[in-house]
Design a protein around this ligand. Structure first.
Ligand code: ADP
Ligand code: RBF
Ligand code: MG
Length: 467
């Protein structure tokens, strides 16, 4: 019996039943040339176009993969089992969450931890990977695919007792026909995300990675594995540059060997895989170049393994000191989030050390007697992808206090202490503002920690405002 299910809204979209999804392409191109001077409208149109393109893309993927599965009776994917356990190792070997669970279990009377280790698998393939993840210590595995047949096939790896159906807090594997960008936050947070030979098939791979990272917990692993064909050339392998895609994301390679960089190639061939201890084969330093044998057997994959930094806190705080300049006059003040735009021209050094994204810290107007004390703030360093308003990077500070006046032209000082999330494209201003409110909540929580306050104290002499 299949246990595949779908998030209702996503399913409608994936099936192309949504109003937008049903529109003919010609209508879209007409709309696309009617450029509005109003940014909100322009953004809404761009978002609508993206939905249409994505629905069409996902339909195509779904049909392709359905056809692939219906044409075969058993798995002919070369080295599928070996690949599954090697990927599970990349995802879970020495994972900090596993040790936390073990510690928790040892402190309990019944020796059983109630902590979860959630994995998200994008790309069902044969389902062997989900099984391997559960065997390696994951408690919940959510498997996504665009193809219902692929999901049904993957679910066949499990007998009824292991597939819990749709209730998210039950352990085991669940299968959803959905797009990774549509997974609601309550399904996570995830400790592991694996793109199982699926990243290059996403409508927008960069966006898919960004969304996946937003669903993770600090300390999570993100594994991207792409199969390499037998005829693959070095050119083809580097064509899809995963490292470039993650450049602006809060991800770091989990390996310290610079020769391996962010890429781990699996070079095991079938002849020795059965004798080897899996953990050993993961931790040993494998050669960087795919072996001939490996490619001959067509089990090759290029695998990139990253970690979401275990703490949001920056190791070294960054001090920004710059005059407040005019912004886009977008009315963010009216939305309750005025942002003091700091002059990026005087912050080149600092910006070279900061990824684009949302940060938290303390801000003050040092020359103002009344508002000279530090107050909490959130900071966005980015290109505002929600709005097509230019390429330049802006530094925008929303201070969590009421100044009762504008302060254009004055100097603002900011101590940036931590990173919250990468910048994203939202479907309009209200979705963005809703997320900024969540950012503010996270920032308040992090900044209330004593360690944070003490750190500002050490760096700049802390005088927090009472507000
Ligand atoms: P702009 O597009 O010109 O940046 P905003 O709508 O973002 O305009 O408003 C930002 C301005 O609002 C800041 O430059 C500052 O003078 C003022 N302001 C008032 N209170 C705050 C606050 N709490 N945080 C940031 N800016 C504030
Ligand atoms: N703009 C985006 O396009 N994407 C974002 O993810 C984003 N995050 C932000 C987070 C915070 C805390 C703040 C203050 C701003 C953010 N912005 C983001 C910038 C926003 O688009 C900008 O402030 C308004 O457009 C006004 O210029
Ligand atoms: Mg502003």
């Amino acid at each position: 019996m299949s246990s595949a299910f779908a998030f209702p809204a996503t399913l409608a979209r994936a099936l192309g039943r949504s109003r937008l999804g049903a529109r003919p392409l010609v209508a879209r191109s007409i709309r696309a040339v009617r450029v509005s001077s109003r940014p909100a409208l322009r953004a809404a149109r761009a978002a609508a176009d993206a939905v249409v393109d994505k629905a069409a893309h996902n339909d195509e993927q779904s049909a392709l993969r359905d056809e692939m599965v219906s044409g075969c009776t058993e798995c002919t994917m070369p080295f599928e089992s070996e690949r599954a356990s090697a990927l599970a190792n990349a995802a879970l070997a020495d994972h900090t969450r596993l040790s936390a669970i073990a510690k928790d279990a040892s402190e309990r009377d019944d020796g059983v931890s109630k902590m979860a280790l959630r994995a998200l698998v994008v790309g069902a393939e044969t389902g062997k990977l989900s099984k391997a993840l559960l065997e390696h210590g994951a408690t919940h595995v959510l498997v996504l695919d665009h193809s219902r047949l692929m999901l049904d096939r993957a679910a066949e790896q499990f007998d009824g007792s292991e597939t819990p159906g749709v209730v998210g807090n039950e352990t085991g594997a669940r299968f959803a026909r959905a797009d990774v960008c549509d997974v609601p936050a309550y399904q996570g947070p995830f400790d592991v995300v694996v793109f199982n030979d699926s990243l290059r098939h996403q409508a927008d791979p960069a966006e898919a990675l960004r969304r996946a990272v937003l669903l993770t917990r600090p300390g999570a692993r993100v594994v991207v594995s792409e199969r390499v064909s037998e005829e693959s050339t070095e050119d083809e392998e580097t064509f899809f540059d995963v490292d470039a895609l993650v450049e602006d994301l809060p991800l770091q390679s989990i390996f310290d060997d610079p020769r391996r960089g962010k890429t781990m190639r699996m070079t095991r061939d079938i002849s020795d895989s059965s004798e080897r201890n899996e953990k050993e084969s993961f931790t040993e330093r494998l050669p960087t170049r795919t072996s001939e044998t490996y490619l001959d057997h067509r089990c090759g994959s290029v695998t990139h393994t990253y970690e979401v930094p275990p703490l949001f806190k920056l190791r070294d705080e960054i001090v920004l000191n710059a005059p407040v300049v005019e912004g886009f006059g977008r009315g963010s003040r009216l939305m309750g989030v005025p942002t003091a735009n700091l002059d990026p021209a005087v912050l080149e050094d600092e910006l070279s050390r900061m990824r684009r994204g949302v940060y938290f810290g303390y801000a003050r107007l040092p020359e103002d007697a009344k508002h000279g004390k530090w107050c909490k703030c959130v900071v966005n360093v980015g290109a505002r992808p929600t709005f097509a308003d230019g390429e330049g990077v802006t530094v925008e500070v929303h201070a969590l206090r009421d100044f009762g006046r504008d302060f254009y032209g004055e100097n603002m000082e900011v101590v940036v202490l931590g990173f919250l999330r990468p910048e994203m494209r939202f479907d309009g201003l209200s979705a963005l503002v809703a997320r900024i409110m969540a950012d503010i909540g996270l920032a308040r929580g992090a900044l209330d920690e004593r360690a944070c306050r003490e750190r500002v104290d050490e760096t700049v002499g802390f005088q927090a405002s009472d507000e």
